[in-house]
Design a protein around this ligand. Sequence first.
Ligand SMILES: [Zn+2]
Length: 114
Amino acid sequence: MHDTVFANQIFSVLKSKFTKDTIGKAISVKVKLSPLSHVTKESLFNAYRELVKESGFEHIRLDIEPLDLKLRCHNCKNDSTVSKVVFKCPHCGSQEIELDFDKEFFVESIDVNS
Ligand SMILES: [Zn+2]
């Protein structure tokens, strides 16, 4: 299951940054999830919650944001950035488009406010 794989990635990033002395610090981790992924925000959130249970990291907030997709239009040659799956070029309405599938998920940043 990919949701568990992604949750594990988040967890290993956290483990590489923090020891268990994170109590009392407001930490949030921001991740980007592609709208093309089969993993939903909810399933990733649940997998993460399950994984960090009793780890000392359970108070770390997880923000899941949609990953911007790159869209190339073969008709008008414009490149666009979209945050959801589209089937038409936003410039000319052509369906001769290609969506960039490179990335499905990544950890963008970790914020610490102590
Ligand atoms: Zn176009």
